[in-house]
Design a protein around this ligand. Structure first.
Ligand SMILES: [Ca+2]
Length: 162
């Protein structure tokens, strides 16, 4: 993982030139990253969910990780919960309140392979490879996510879940 920032003299209308700040070596492949506050959360393929403290981008350093069967493809974070699209395992909810010892709260095994997700309000939207999108109620992440429905054509989701 590398930390870059644009030049302080740049403005919105100007070209942005990323400038190297720092990096950290992590195991496995880094499929996706999201930043929340001073922390970066990486979906690190077969190495699971990785947490990196980026409060000093010139010196990012690893914190804890959570790993289980499957491949971590994408991650979203809301509060103290990380939601991971975890390949064949489906959606995995991880308590990250203890940065050095994340723990699984619950999971939902989608029918195929969870590749991507987003969380809005109490609903996790999970892209599940074979032309399916799942809507899962994650209002109580300490319990396994509740199934709301899935749809094979994501464009139709706007009609069902405005
Ligand atoms: Ca599955």
């Amino acid at each position: 993982m590398e930390c870059l920032k644009h030049s302080e003299s740049s403005r919105i209308a100007e070209r942005i030139t990323p400038v190297y700040e720092g990096s950290v070596d992590l195991p496995g492949l880094s499929n996706a990253v999201t930043v929340s506050g001073r922390l970066a959360f990486l979906a690190a393929d077969s190495e699971g969910l990785r947490i990196v403290d980026v409060s000093d981008p010139t010196n990012p350093h690893p914190r804890g990780f959570y790993n289980t069967t499957g491949v971590a493809n994408r991650v979203a974070v809301r509060g103290s919960t990380a939601f991971v699209a975890y390949g064949a395992t489906g959606l995995v909810c991880v308590n990250v309140s203890n940065l050095d010892n994340p723990a699984m709260l619950g999971c939902y095994d989608t029918s195929d392979t969870a590749y991507d997700l987003d969380v809005k309000g109490s609903i996790a939207y999970v892209a599940d490879y074979t032309d399916q999108m799942y809507c899962l109620n994650v209002s109580n992440p300490s319990n396994p996510p509740g199934y709301l429905g899935n749809i094979t054509n994501p464009r139709l989701i706007l009609r069902r879940w405005p």
